[in-house]
Design a protein. Sequence first.
Length: 133
Amino acid sequence: TKKEYEQWRDAEVYQGCTFRVAGTANTTGFKLAVLSMFGTFIFDAESTMHALRTPGTRELNPLFGKHPGRVRLYSMGLSLTAVQVFLMYHIKKAANKKNGSRDRKWMFIPIVTDGTHIFAGVHNYTAPFTATK
């Protein structure tokens, strides 16, 4: 039937699970923004692990604790990034319904997130760390 075809056409199948795709909210630009958010998070997390190998250093983000392990960094960080993607998706979907596909307010989230992760990652690799007693 026509209704079943529309449901099939609007669904994206991934490993046996069906997810609804909300029309124009799932664009190439959106997918690239999501990839950049997760990519810059991984850069930040790995640079943090690199910096924490230096004696006397600690994590400054109180959510992670002073000496987080890789599991804690990734589990909390990926969860927070997933929440940001969820919010970004719904902001983009609402903006598309209201103003059409030219509304770019949703891009604020990935720009701020990526900028923060890039700044922190570069800082973690380049800052002169000194051991404190």
